[in-house]
Ligand binder design. Structure first.
Ligand code: NAD
Ligand code: GLY
Length: 352
């Protein structure tokens, strides 16, 4: 078991990571709530697998929970689905002492979190992440959002949960591709912060081996994210290092209309490209790209993706980290240490 405390003054919360915790979630959640009523948001894949376990545990703890199930997948992370959640809660007579619980991957967490942030100007929120990506990244740090036609995550908020409760056993039912998607983010933490984690992943080299040490690995990732978020909750500085591989990753996702490559696959190729560029510009030691590529390949992730130059220009122009003509690109000073560099956007494009 690993329990971490995210220290954000009055917005502080625990991350509990424990095998089997889903069966006891009510006992963790009930003492934190202002009222007895919860709206549990889940999706059409996760609700049939884990919904009853959670609902039983909540009922055993004296809580009344209403299950709101959304269709699985990124297409549900929309303003329309957000409005559907608002309506469902309003029609059930929601009050400010109610709580929203997200049981699912990053889509459920981001959408339910934004619903919690906005319902009645804010009700309490609890994250119960069930994908690897959600356990190591999206459930921690308070970014909640929906996608717009103009781009992903363009409408959102910073809204910290009251608790993150994760059960590593939920990862056993993930399809391989979804597991690998999360591995891209796990590998990212090794790249930007923790060379020992990177080396451990190299040694493990497969999903079954990683699952043998999964609680330690996901706790290590959450601890890195905790430290970053504690320093920069509102993403104005160091938090940008979590974007390693993401700037070009977004280019690849967009170039293939978000259909061919998953987010993790695009980020994987983006990390290798960022390492190569860092080597070319003298920021990153030679051979870093090869080590990253070998580790990604071991987990079935792509190490290079072609993208059209026009898409590159468009996406780099829209990057949320832009300030005027400057873009903050995340390089590696070495494996285990990120190096943000402010670059002229045109100069960056010329190098790609
Ligand atoms: P997801 O929520 O779509 O889950 C992936 C798939 O796995 C879905 O089909 C889901 O139904 C299924 N699934 C979930 N848990 C399962 C389980 N235990 N067993 C079997 N199937 C299961 O995707 P994701 O990769 O978890 O999250 C991606 C989303 O997260 C994106 O929208 C991205 O923008 C967002 N994100 C947010 C942050 C943040 O800081 N808020 C960070 C990274 C990513
Ligand atoms: N996923 C990046 C962040 O939380 O900042």
């Amino acid at each position: 078991m690993g329990t971490l405390r995210v220290n954000l003054n009055e917005r502080s919360y625990d991350i509990v990571n424990e095998a089997g915790v889903l069966h006891q979630c009510g006992a963790y959640i009930a003492p934190l709530l202002r009222g007895k009523r919860c709206f549990m948001v889940s999706d059409t894949n996760v609700a049939p697998l884990y919904g009853d376990t959670v609902l039983h545990s909540l009922a055993d703890a004296g809580l009344e929970a209403t299950l709101l199930t959304i269709p699985a997948g990124e297409r549900s992370k929309t303003p329309e689905m957000l409005a559907w959640l608002w309506e469902q809660m309003a029609q059930s007579g929601a009050t400010r002492t109610d709580t929203v619980i997200a049981l699912g991957g990053g889509v459920v967490g981001d959408l339910a979190g934004f619903a919690a942030a906005t319902m009645l100007r804010g009700v309490d929120f609890i994250q119960m992440p069930t994908t690897l990506l959600a356990q190591v990244d999206s459930s921690v740090g308070g970014k909640v959002a929906v996608d717009l036609v103009a781009g992903k995550n363009l409408a959102g908020a910073f809204y910290q949960p009251k608790l993150v409760l994760m059960d590593p056993e939920t990862l056993t039912t993930l399809p391989d591709r979804v597991f690998s998607d999360g591995m891209a983010e796990v590998i990212k933490y090794g790249c930007i912060w923790d060379e020992a984690l990177f080396a451990k992943l190299e040694r493990l080299g497969s999903r079954p081996a990683v699952m043998g040490e999964i609680t330690d690995i996901t706790t290590a990732c959450c601890d890195i994210k905790r430290q970053v978020v504690e320093q920069d909750e509102l993403d104005l500085g160091i938090r940008m290092i979590l974007n390693f591989g993401h700037t070009l990753g977004h280019v690849y996702e967009k170039a293939y209309h978000y259909e061919t490559y998953t987010h993790g696959e695009a980020v994987a190729a983006g990390m290798v490209a960022a390492a190569k560029l860092g080597q070319k510009l003298g920021h990153t030691p030679a051979g870093t790209d090869e080590r990253i590529a070998a580790l990604l390949a071991a987990f079935g992730l792509p190490t290079a993706i072609e993208a059209d130059r026009t898409v590159c220009e468009t996406v780099l122009g829209l990057d949320k980290k832009n300030q005027g003509k400057t873009i903050h690109f995340i390089f590696l000073e070495r494996l285990g240490k990120a190096l943000p560099v402010a670059m002229d956007r045109a100069a960056l494009l010329a190098q790609l």
